[in-house]
Design a protein around this ligand. Sequence first.
Ligand SMILES: [Zn+2]
Length: 81
Amino acid sequence: MHWSKCKFCGTVYPTKKVEVVCKNCKPIDEALFSKIEAYLQQFPHSNAMQIAEGCQISVLEVLQYIDEGRLQLSKGEFKRL
Ligand SMILES: [Zn+2]
């Protein structure tokens, strides 16, 4: 068993595998990620700063998706996995 900490609300809860978002915040996470996805479809050659600006989220939030393995950064550009 693991203890996971939600990146949105900070709740610590037991999980089978490490998670970064709790059930309650999952919709927020999905909405955020689809925003990024949509932005990358429009501007495929964006860097973290541009994505953050375009989606009005923080750069750290963008980078978090790389840590989570949902986005990939190559040659300074992002790719959807
Ligand atoms: Zn949460």
